[in-house]
Design a protein around this ligand. Structure first.
Ligand code: ZN
Length: 211
């Protein structure tokens, strides 16, 4: 509820990952002012979020997920995160490593018509996963950690990460977009469905393609 000027959090407060059910995950996060971005508070928040993302580990983290309703996201997809995927799965997902970067006040300005479907998870829905349709490619306009304008053109898994994280800034979670019949525990997804193709998964879980 605090506007610009009020402290976002006290430096000695421990930030933690919040789980679904917390209001902050359902609110629209506020945009950051360029002059705020250079301030100590936001720079500390970026450091903390980078550390948290590496610890978990995850490929993306939005500030509302640590309880802070501002439009800031950190992203990093390290090569080792996809080492459990087969070459075919990597190709299907169009997944390649993405170096660490920060996006602030992002807006999706263009999206390819084609939708692609894969399982995805969220650090705020710990232990669960579901198939989520996403645009294959998106263009995102945003600021970086120095308040400089950036335009990102992303395809494949990186485009999925961007859409997932930008949703967080608008109070949306993947469960709002998922194929609900595919919702399952992570444990079951790796036990039963890990090496099953997406079409098979949808067929077995009783999803009929809408026209
Ligand atoms: Zn998430």
């Amino acid at each position: 509820m605090e506007g610009p000027g009020a402290p976002l959090y006290s430096p000695d407060m421990r930030l933690k990952l919040v789980q679904v059910g917390e209001e902050v995950l359902r609110q629209t996060a506020r945009k950051l002012e360029p002059k705020e971005i250079d301030g100590r508070e936001i720079q500390q928040l970026i450091d903390f979020m980078q550390e948290t993302l590496r610890d978990v580990p995850g490929v993306g983290l939005a500030a509302p997920q640590v309880g802070i309703g501002v439009q800031l996201v950190v992203i990093e997809d390290l090569p080792e995160y996809s080492q459990n995927l087969t070459e075919q799965q990597r190709v299907e997902r169009e997944r390649s490593p993405v170096p660490f970067h920060v996006i602030i006040n992002p807006v999706i300005t263009k999206a390819e018509n084609l939708m692609v479907e894969f399982f995805e998870g969220c650090l705020s829905l710990n232990g669960f996963t579901a198939v989520v349709p996403r645009f294959r490619s998106v263009t995102v306009e945003c600021l970086n950690e120095h308040a400089e304008r950036r335009c990102i053109e992303a395809t494949g898994w990186y485009a999925r990460i961007l859409q997932h994280e930008i949703d967080h800034l608008n109070g949306k979670l993947y469960i709002d977009r998922m194929r609900s019949r595919t919702f399952m525990t992570l444990d079951n997804s790796s036990r039963i469905w890990k090496d099953v193709g997406m079409e098979e998964v949808k067929r077995w879980l009783g999803i009929k393609e809408e026209m």
